[in-house]
Design a protein around this ligand. Structure first.
Ligand SMILES: NC(=O)C1=CN([C@@H]2O[C@H](COP(=O)(O)OP(=O)(O)OC[C@H]3O[C@@H](n4cnc5c(N)ncnc54)[C@H](O)[C@@H]3O)[C@@H](O)[C@H]2O)[C@@H](O)CC1
Ligand SMILES: Nc1ncnc2c1ncn2[C@@H]1O[C@H](COP(=O)(O)OP(=O)(O)O)[C@@H](O)[C@H]1O
Ligand SMILES: [K+]
Length: 475
């Protein structure tokens, strides 16, 4: 599991380390790492042109010191100083000593335009609000690849929100530890690399699952398993108007594990013909025993949907309430009276469903929003978006960062609900189950797309490929 810490926690850890480290040593270590990445991006660095965008804090100091190291490799370095009086004094002196050029903002456009690489040292973890106009004015001249120092300037370090002009980096080199921006604004960061500074950090504020975490919790059959022991997933989805939701959600549960899937609802005939391995009935009341329920995709928000939701909430097994079930819960909160307080509930809102549940959309701080919703409903909340945030009522939060936006296609949420239900049925902790499902979902989307737009049926068909890439601990 990859840990991510807020800037407040990182600053506190840095203060402790700075107190026992020779002056300037941490910055030079950070800047040397930066210069190595800059050289890699340049290919053969000698004779190439690098322009540094230098703010008045230590982020600018890192850029200046990286310029110093690049001068040692015969790179032509030009520093654009946003505030010449406040530029990091030692970094500036070192760059000048090594033969770097220094220009004010007024003269900068030509140096930015003709650079082979731009290094963004405008602002780092102490950024406040959107970029000031002088800093923002530099961005329009950038034509070369960009290497961001610590984080792309203009993106909020703790929320990843972008409120105005911002750097779009090809690569970000961060120091000490990953910050929320790196998980929440992947398109602005490009590929993120970490230079270890030896910070003493524990208990991350946010985590990101890695392949081995997903493999470790994903239910796969062992020698003593049979069709029941991995858990039976119940799917209550679809309607006469939306039978496809049932096919997608139940199909995802079929592909997710080798456990049994039961379907209950008006699309029973279609589900049976599409998935012969599913036991399908018309109603949740005669569905038979299950170890989890997925409820909601395509069930509608009328009386019948409400009855179905109340029935599964009272079944004493974990429930993933998705799509119309989320809206029903928002509109008729008394339906939750049917829930046994000890049975886990997973809610999977996108922004508009979130607004129905909470009264307003998530806003800039999506992690805080998901946490608040999780507390309010005593449920795991999986807040959908480009990056998906999963929060538990006890405050645990994780983010799934996709590669690409291939999941933005109708019905892909139905696929996700089936994946969550199947992992819940195996008894996996609901927060972990939801995060692991989001991981496999986005990986399946990436594999299905393989660089060209795909569909939810495509994502469904790539679930097995996605699971195959994990490193199983048993077989
Ligand atoms: N403290 C440490 O141990 C280390 C810190 N490092 C670097 O230090 C950075 C943090 O440095 P600082 O705390 O000095 O602060 P920053 O350099 O992140 O930013 C502060 C400066 O940016 C300006 N600023 C803030 N918001 C702005 C906006 N919206 N538009 C334009 N300018 C804005 C402020 O006026 C101030 O001059 C990190 O991001 C990292 O790059 C690294 O050198 C590694 C070691
Ligand atoms: N731009 C995007 N990048 C990555 N994932 C996205 C993007 N837009 C949507 N998604 C994901 O696609 C799924 C869409 O689900 P949902 O909104 O319920 O749609 P539907 O109801 O059509 O199934 C969610 O898992 C969401 O996180
Ligand atoms: K920066």
């Amino acid at each position: 599991m990859q840990g991510i810490w807020t800037t407040e926690r990182i600053r506190a850890a840095e203060r402790k380390l700075l107190a026992v480290t020779p002056d300037g040593a941490l910055m030079r270590k950070a800047a040397f790492g930066l210069s190595v990445h800059a050289a890699k991006m340049l290919g053969a660095p000698s004779g190439r042109r690098v322009t540094l965008l230098v703010g008045s804090g230590d982020n600018g100091g890192d850029a200046l010191w990286a310029g110093f190291f690049l001068r040692k490799r015969n790179v032509a370095v030009t520093a654009v100083l946003l505030n010449p009086d406040k530029a990091h004094p030692q970094g500036l002196a070192a760059l000048k000593r090594a033969g770097g050029r220094v220009v004010p903002v007024a003269d900068s456009p030509q140096w930015i335009r003709k650079a082979d690489l731009v290094i963004d040292g405008i602002v780092g973890i102490s950024a406040r609000g959107s970029l000031r106009p002088d800093a923002a004015s530099l961005l329009e001249h950038i034509k070369a690849p960009v290497l961001a120092v610590d984080l792309p300037s203009g993106v909020d370090p703790d929320t990843g929100a972008i409120d105005g002009p911002a750097i779009t980096a090809d690569r970000t080199v961060t120091f000490g530890a990953r910050k929320p921006v790196h998980a929440l604004a992947p398109a602005a960061c490009g590929e993120v690399f970490l230079v270890d500074l030896g910070l003493d950090l524990e208990d991350p504020d946010l985590v990101r699952l890695e392949a081995e975490d997903v493999a470790a919790c994903w239910p796969i059959p062992g020698p003593s398993d049979d069709k029941y022991t991995l858990g039976v997933t119940g799917v209550a989805a679809g309607s006469a108007v939306y039978p496809g939701a049932a096919v997608l959600s139940a199909g995802a549960a079929v592909y997710a594990t080798s456990g049994m899937v039961r379907y209950a609802g008006p699309a029973a005939d279609l589900v049976r013909s599409r998935w012969p391995e599913i036991i399908a009935t018309g109603s949740v009341t005669d569905a038979g025993r299950v170890q989890s329920w997925v409820v909601g995709p395509g069930i509608g928000t009328g009386h019948e949907g409400r009855e179905v939701l109340a029935t599964v909430l009272g079944a004493g097994v974990p429930v993933c309430a998705d799509a119309d079930a989320t809206t029903l819960i928002a509109q008729h909160s008394d339906v939750l009276d049917a829930r046994d307080p000890d049975t886990p509930l997973v809610l999977t809102p996108h922004d508009r469903e979130f607004a129905r549940l909470m009264g307003s959309e998530p806003g800039k701080d999506r992690v805080a929003a998901a946490r608040a919703c999780a507390r309010r409903y005593d449920a795991v909340v999986l807040l959908k978006g480009h990056c998906t945030v999963v929060a538990a009522p006890d405050g645990r939060a994780m983010v799934n960062t996709p590669r690409g936006s291939w999941l933005a296609t109708p019905g892909s949420g139905d696929v996700l609900s089936g994946l969550i239900g199947a992992v819940l049925a195996a008894g996996v902790d609901p927060w972990l189950a939801s995060g692991a499902a989001a991981y496999v979902h986005s990986l399946a989307g990436e594999l299905a797309a393989a660089g060209a737009p795909t569909s939810s049926s495509g994502i469904l068909g790539a679930i097995s490929d996605a699971l195959r890439t994990l490193h199983w601990r048993k077989s």
